[in-house]
Design a protein around this ligand. Sequence first.
Ligand SMILES: C[S@@+](CC[C@H](N)C(=O)[O-])C[C@H]1O[C@@H](n2cnc3c(N)ncnc32)[C@H](O)[C@@H]1O
Length: 256
Amino acid sequence: MDDAGSAFRVPSFVNLGRVGRLEMECWKVSVEWVTIGPHRLACGDCRDVMSSLAPASIDCVVTDPPYGIEYESGMTGHDGGTALPGIEGDSDTSLRDALIEWMGNTPAIIFGSWKRPRPAKCKAVLIWEKGDHVGMGDLSMPWKPNTEEIYIIGKGFSGHRGSSVLKFNAPTSWNSVGFGRKHPHEKPRRLMMELVGKCPGETVFDPFMGSGRTGEACAKLGKRFIGVELCRDHFETSCRRIEDALHAEPLLAGCA
Ligand SMILES: C[S@@+](CC[C@H](N)C(=O)[O-])C[C@H]1O[C@@H](n2cnc3c(N)ncnc32)[C@H](O)[C@@H]1O
């Protein structure tokens, strides 16, 4: 937010008639909070949020931080000319590493790239296979880079003992009307449900929530979500997504 006063303005995407339970509040000048049912979403820098949030108030971290690879999309937007924006804080892994230091022994699922050192305390590596339709990279190579790594930290995860290769098609078609991803690094809904469904405890924290896929999975699975996003456009996408998930038919009837 530019100033404290504007933090109290109700943004245009909020349909108060329908939402009812959604309220806006200002916690700090630089961080704006929105409450959607049991979920709390902040627009601001996650380092500001973490300086006031006790790690004991969350049960698990599920996040997709800037990988530290200076990501620049080769794709363009709908006008065919403008390059898609890069990712904030992507010059190194310092944001990810600050999170890991802050969270102490909290269990975590953290996305990353093989091009950078794996995080400290990594216990297992899952591979997300994104499908054959993605993976440009170096075209002189006879393999396409259509996988990403997912790091498991800590313990307490449970559920069906499946493969560590998770095959879920990546969303495509940035900016397509009514369909397609809303964020250049958007994760598939079903992948996030698979991961969040194995997390211990009730409250999941995503300090780099992007377009809100972790929060959406929490809302659908009956977990409580705390999310942070620096970029206002992505924050608003997250709010809409989580609000929609909260009002959709519950996937797990009776699951609190
Ligand atoms: C890799 S993307 C997450 C995409 C997300 N998994 C999704 O499905 O949409 C990382 C996000 O972290 C945000 N970010 C970068 N630095 C941040 C910071 N200091 N605090 C909060 N968010 C930050 C970026 O704006 C970006 O949207």
